[in-house]
Design a protein. Structure first.
Length: 189
């Protein structure tokens, strides 16, 4: 019965985080952020020793999310295969090769090939808790990631919280993340 209060806490927190995000986005230069994030991801890929032929799972950002178009392009330019998700009717994720114009599904297990998963989120805390939009899509997909794959949440500056001061609610099924990436760089958790 402990799950209901955590779910209620998450549901109450999401509109607050979305409102804060709208304010953040209004004050940001999306094109500059897109370029800066691509540079940060290139540095992250180098740090993780990913090379041409390796795979990164990313996502195509919604308007209020940190932009990912330049990141996907930069990764592809360096020979890295980029998988992007397609949400299935049950909210699980299938994956497509971002370079495939037909967007042919590769299967939910294809994320296991990724050495790095760039995940969306509304916020994360320094204990590795990620709060998403509430569908559970990434928690299910992350169960299928490959051994040693790092999971990094892409956020706007100010969306990483100190877990000692403002921890995010966490259920037993919520998988921890390894880091947070913003235009300011990567924070390992």
């Amino acid at each position: 019965m402990a799950a209901a209060p955590v779910d209620d806490d998450k549901a109450a927190l999401r509109p607050v985080l979305l409102a804060a995000r709208r304010e953040i986005v209004a004050a940001r230069d999306r094109d500059a952020d897109d370029s800066a994030l691509a540079e940060r991801v290139r540095a992250l890929v180098y740090e993780l020793r990913l090379v041409g032929g390796d795979t990164v799972a990313a996502y195509e950002a919604l308007r209020t999310e940190p932009p990912t178009a330049a990141t996907i392009s930069a990764l592809a330019t360096h020979g890295i295969r980029v998988l992007v998700p397609v949400t299935l009717p049950d909210n699980d994720l299938d994956w497509c090769d971002a370079a495939d114009e037909r967007r042919m599904p590769l299967g939910p297990d294809s994320v296991s090939a990724a050495g790095l998963v760039l995940a969306p989120g509304l916020a994360a805390d320094t204990a590795g808790t990620r709060l998403g939009r509430g569908g559970g899509s990434y928690d299910r997909a992350l169960l299928r990631r490959g051994t040693g794959a790092r999971v990094v949440v892409v956020l706007h500056p100010g969306e990483l919280r100190d877990a000692r001061e403002a921890p995010l609610p966490r259920d037993g099924h919520d998988l921890p993340v390894d880091g947070v990436l913003t235009v300011d760089g990567t924070t390992w958790l």
